[in-house]
Design a protein around this ligand. Structure first.
Ligand SMILES: [Zn+2]
Length: 479
């Protein structure tokens, strides 16, 4: 006993001594013990995660949090007890993650439903070859076709559709045709209403109201922006430019502080403007110079715009014989020839344009020459009367069937832009001769096309006086 006691005492002493002398080793053992516990823990985790695979949609962070928390609590009694618990956590998470995705879908469905719900209006302009069945089929409105065909009145009226006329199709929420409106003319419309299995047809008389609009506009940057500011439709701007095309170059000459006044008709259909024009009277002040146009229908029922003095604004010559990109060479008595490299007079205007651009006769006349002429290349000369002659050079080809002696009208195509003869690039060399003396086509005073006939003078004078007084607002404001 004594020996045994002594042995145990020694052992304790040794142990204490060992512990005392080797505190680092003790720490290491403790660390190993803790490490073993951790390894155990990790294995438990792996066994769990493999037995219960992660839902793929789950975001990683909530997954780790969710799995880590219950593991701390149920470390000892794993794995059976913890499994169902974790499963629910995962499933809940999966649902939580999925819910916003599910929520995202209904709005899409909602949009689709809305599209179906909204009744649609198709406004169509009839083209060549269009038929009522073709147009309805293209819009999946097949159901109503037999109903329309059965109705004799509708079938007869819609048998032939005239290109340019308008057709309005109104469908209900299911996309079925509810109402059809076919516009025959500015005064006549056909209405077909479909309810259930019946189509009813009515002829509608269009209630067209016409009223006069006055506009007085100061240009600050461009004609179009000024027109936009005053809600002047493009068709009216185009008409205005056309009326004054011989006096004002609308692409180059418009300056800020230019001003114009306009009187034009607007046709209202169902209290909405449906048609603009024509312009009744217009005044344009361009770079300090004033131009006035009055619309007048003469005894022969032809319509022109005239100056208040009774001269037509149309001229007997077009300003340019083609749609050109730019003027590559102007009229001059002395210029360095680009090919011959010596100073030579240039008695015409070079209008640059792409190959093949159509060239028009600038006035009525008879072709006096057609063919190749030295530096001019392929050339046409037109004699308009005893005084006036025009020349068109460097053409690529002529309009077939034209020959010397042929009569041509103003605007008629006589050939196409090329670079034949002495030319560095595609352009039209255009000459304007008075008594065979070349004059600058851009500055020469071109005669007015015609004057008001004597018999029309009294009525013209009256209407010119009336419309001018309307336009006078511009005059008082300017001066
Ligand atoms: Zn030239």
């Amino acid at each position: 006993m004594n020996k045994l006691f002594q042995f145990s005492q020694r052992l304790v002493e040794r142990g204490c001594q060992w512990i005392g002398t080797y505190p680092r080793k003790a720490g290491l053992i403790v660390a190993i013990l803790i490490g073993l516990q951790l390894i155990e823990l990790i294995f438990a985790g792996i066994s769990l995660s493999t037995s219960n695979p992660r839902p793929p949609i789950c975001t990683t962070v909530p997954h780790i949090l969710a799995t880590a928390k219950p593991r701390l609590h149920t470390q000892q009694d794993r794995p059976i007890k913890t499994l169902p618990h974790r499963k629910t956590v995962h499933l809940n998470l999966a649902r939580k993650d999925a819910t916003p995705k599910v929520k995202k879908i209904p709005p899409k469905k909602h949009v689709l439903k809305n599209k179906k719900i909204a009744p649609k209006h198709h406004k169509l302009i009839i083209k060549r070859g269009d038929s009522i069945t073709k147009l309805l089929k293209a819009r999946h409105m097949n159901k109503c076709i037999p109903l329309i065909i059965k109705n004799k009145k509708a079938a007869k009226a819609l048998h032939h559709l005239t290109p340019g006329n308008t057709l309005l199709l109104e469908s209900n929420k299911h996309g079925h045709l509810k109402r059809l409106l076919y516009t025959f003319s500015s005064k006549k419309q056909l209405e077909v209403s479909i309810s259930g299995h019946k189509a009813t047809v009515h002829w509608l008389k269009r209630a067209v109201k016409q009223h006069l609009v006055y506009q007085n506009v100061l240009i600050q940057s461009s004609l179009h922006s000024a027109a936009n500011q005053h809600h002047i439709p493009n068709t009216i701007v185009a008409q205005l430019a056309h009326i004054f095309e011989h006096d004002i170059n609308f692409s180059r000459d418009i300056r800020s502080q230019d001003r114009f006044a306009l009187l034009y008709y607007v046709e209202d259909f169902n209290d909405k403007p449906a048609h603009y024009g024509p312009i009744i009277a217009a005044k344009f002040i361009n770079r300090g110079k004033q131009y006035t146009a009055i619309r007048f229908v003469d005894h022969a029922n032809t319509t022109h715009y005239y100056t208040p003095e009774g001269y037509s604004l149309e001229r007997s010559f077009l300003r340019a014989p083609l749609q050109y990109t730019h003027i590559s060479s102007g009229f001059s008595e002395r210029r360095m020839h680009p090919i011959l490299h010596h100073i030579r007079a240039h008695h015409g205007i070079d209008f640059a344009a792409p190959y093949g651009t159509p060239v028009q006769a600038t006035a009525n006349g008879r072709i006096s020459f057609k063919g190749w002429k030295g530096g001019y290349g392929r050339m046409i000369m037109i004699r308009h009367n005893r005084r006036y002659t025009t020349v068109y050079g460097h053409m690529q080809r002529f309009t077939p069937h034209l020959k010397a002696g042929s009569y041509v009208k103003q605007g008629q195509i006589i050939g196409y832009v090329g670079s034949s003869g002495l030319a560095t690039g595609p352009h039209l060399h255009y000459e304007f001769r008075i008594n065979n003396v070349p004059r600058n086509p851009l500055t020469v005073k071109v005669p007015y096309q015609h004057r008001i006939a004597k018999r029309d003078w009294p009525s013209f004078h009256q209407s010119a006086h009336k419309w001018e007084s309307y336009l006078r607002g511009v005059h008082t404001r300017i001066s």
